[in-house]
Design a protein around this ligand. Structure first.
Ligand code: IMP
Length: 190
């Protein structure tokens, strides 16, 4: 995996952003590939894309535009992290009114780290009787050797580092960086 140091260190609080892991070009090329693959797999169907907020928002927006099918878009909100640590508890919001019975559902997540969020949302979606359920994660931390559900579509497998940008945050910041960067909470703030 090519890793370049960020050449735009003044952007936001970049003293703690140590390097760009995935630049815009690589992200968009991979998202387009995933969109084409999903369109082929779901040809003739009208899948429901369930975006897991907030982290999945940028990925979902770009991915759905790359899927040449009539998709329906839904949103569920999950929260488990404070700073760089998982709280171990996953709170789901907006799932109660979700009507996906008999539909082909594609869950779109920003990153699978411990897999806790995934377990929680997977059960909640399965309980609503979809015709099929599959997961598309932009990032997957390779440290997770065994995970409970197959991830059908993976953008990139990455090392075990904390990343921000393209939807991913550190305490609600950095989501709007156009690339994915490695963040060190103990580093100097700009
Ligand atoms: P998991 O439940 O540990 O798999 O974590 C899933 C959620 O935690 C993701 O949807 C993210 O919102 C957040 N998360 C996990 N790792 C990172 C990271 O490296 N940066 C930012 N957010 C992360």
């Amino acid at each position: 995996m090519t890793e370049t140091r960020t050449d735009n260190r003044s952007r936001h609080e970049s003293g703690r952003i140590t390097r760009v892991l995935l630049d815009e070009e690589r992200l968009h090329a991979r998202v387009r590939e995933l969109g084409a693959e999903i369109a082929r797999d779901y040809a003739g169907r009208d899948p429901v894309v369930v975006c897991l907020l907030k982290g999945g928002i940028y990925f979902t927006v770009d991915l759905t535009r790359a899927i040449d099918l009539p998709v329906t878009l839904e949103f569920v909100r999950a929260r488990s992290y404070v700073g760089t640590d998982s709280t171990g508890r996953v709170e789901l919001a907006w799932i109660d009114g979700l009507d996906i019975a008999g539909r082909h559902v594609l869950l779109v997540e920003d990153i699978v780290d411990t897999g806790l969020t995934l377990i929680e949302i997977w059960h909640a979606l399965e309980a609503r009787s979809p015709a099929s359920l599959a997961l598309c994660a932009l990032l997957y931390k390779e440290k997770l050797l065994a995970h409970p559900f197959p991830i059908r579509y993976i953008g990139f497998a990455i090392e075990d580092v904390f990343v921000v940008g393209y939807g991913l945050d550190y305490d609600e910041r950095f989501r709007n960086l156009p690339h994915i960067a490695v963040f060190q909470p103990d580093g100097p703030s700009a």
